[in-house]
Design a protein around this ligand. Structure first.
Ligand SMILES: NC(=O)c1ccc[n+]([C@@H]2O[C@H](COP(=O)([O-])OP(=O)(O)OC[C@H]3O[C@@H](n4cnc5c(N)ncnc54)[C@H](OP(=O)(O)O)[C@@H]3O)[C@@H](O)[C@H]2O)c1
Length: 355
């Protein structure tokens, strides 16, 4: 397949500026890099927080889009484990030195070693594009064991001796139907946790039970009822609680359900309402594969990921494709911002973009 010199990309030129389709160069991969023709790119709530609120990013112009899947079209001279034609999923990355974000709302993009994995033909490109950020934000704050990592520092279920390691111990995940929450449930299942209690809209009960949840509590119940029910099912406050949505009400529920000796993982920077100096361990997990404190666990997970996907140990999120190629991102972000998305990942197909 010939590689064009120019491509279409969705660019945010300035803080809270409009998203515009532009022609940009197709990059050349460096020695360790892979150039991927992107067939599907996933939308994240973080994108609307950047575009509409000016949060998270301070260098513009920027191309967002942290979830992508496609086909390797050129591999760097030192890359031995990938070949042209491989199916690759990969995350966007953040350069901590320059503070630049490298996203994939474009037709061709570079996959650096720290953020990429192959995936089997049993998954569509759209399904594969649901995986990188959701899985990273679920796995890294649970299993990174670097001392400074914001993580529960559990033993990963994909490593020697890790499968089923926490058998019989209870686990509570708030927001089980979110993209992150679905991966948390699956990882907790692989780790052996039981019961696995989650909160969601009840129409998602069957899906979440199929992923490994044992108890699905109606997320619309009063907060004190959710704390009480989760603790009753678990036999007391829990050692590990993961808040996959981290909204003001869920942060309070999750913190209250955490045992004094336990660990509470949240995914946003907001503090827990009413808790100025937490007495329990609270970690703000960062789901970036290339963050230095996640590097080791990321490489170990990404190396095992093709097998976990092939075996069905990890299942992708359900997908809804938004038409219009990259032009579908903007209306998709509106839906994420307005909470109009339930247990599904919105995905666009950049190759469908027209000028
Ligand atoms: N720290 C990081 O590295 C990182 C990375 C990625 C994302 N994030 C953040 O993590 C959060 C989740 O991201 P995502 O992509 O997983 O979200 P998402 O899939 O868009 O989340 C949508 C889901 O949230 C659920 N939900 C909403 N309010 C809820 C509540 N009060 N209780 C329980 N569930 C609730 C809904 O469940 P029902 O459909 O069942 O009602 C819905 O299915 C976002 O705030 C995002 O910005 C952080």
């Amino acid at each position: 397949m010939s590689i064009p010199t120019k491509q279409l990309a969705l660019v945010l030129e300035e803080e809270r500026g409009p998203l515009v389709i532009k022609h940009i160069d197709v990059p050349k991969p460096g020695p360790e890099e892979i150039l991927v023709r992107i067939e599907a790119a996933g939308l994240n709530p973080g994108d609307w927080k950047v575009v509409r609120l000016g949060k998270l990013i301070d260098k513009y112009p920027v191309i967002l889009g942290f979830d992508a899947a496609g086909v390797a079209v050129e591999v760097g001279s030192n890359v031995k484990d990938y070949a042209v034609g491989d199916r690759v999923l990969f995350q966007g990355w953040f350069d901590f030195a320059t503070r630049e974000a490298h996203g994939h709302y474009k037709q061709y993009s570079i996959a650096i070693p720290e953020v990429r994995a192959k995936f089997p033909a049993s998954l569509s490109f759209e399904e594969a594009a649901t995986i990188p950020s959701g899985l990273a934000a679920a796995a890294l704050p649970l299993y990174s064991r670097v001392e400074l990592a914001p993580s529960a520092k559990l033993i990963p279920p994909w490593e020697e001796g890790g499968r089923g390691y926490y058998a019989g111990k209870p686990f509570f995940v708030l927001g089980g139907a979110s993209s992150i929450g679905q991966y948390v449930i699956q990882l907790a299942r692989l780790s052996g946790f039981s019961p696995i209690i989650t909160t969601a809209s009840l129409h998602n009960t069957d899906l979440l039970k199929s992923l490994g949840a044992t108890h699905v509590l109606d997320r619309k119940l009063p907060s004190e009822t959710l704390v009480k029910e989760a603790c009753e099912i678990a036999g007391g406050p829990l050692e590990v609680v993961f808040d996959a949505v981290s909204l003001p009400d869920t942060l309070v529920i999750g913190y209250q359900a955490t045992a004094p000796t336990g660990t509470f993982v949240k995914v946003n920077s907001e503090s827990i309402p009413g808790v100025e100096n937490p007495e329990k361990k609270v970690h703000f997990g960062r789901g970036l594969f290339n963050a230095p404190f996640n590097a080791a666990v990321s490489l170990s997970l990404l190396a095992k990921l093709p097998e976990l996907l092939e075996n069905g140990d990890i299942k992708p999120n359900r997908v809804e494709v938004i038409p219009g190629g990259l032009r579908g991102v903007d209306p998709g972000l509106d839906r994420l911002q307005n909470n109009e998305v339930s247990a599904v990942k919105l995905v666009v197909k950049p190759q469908e973009t027209t000028v």
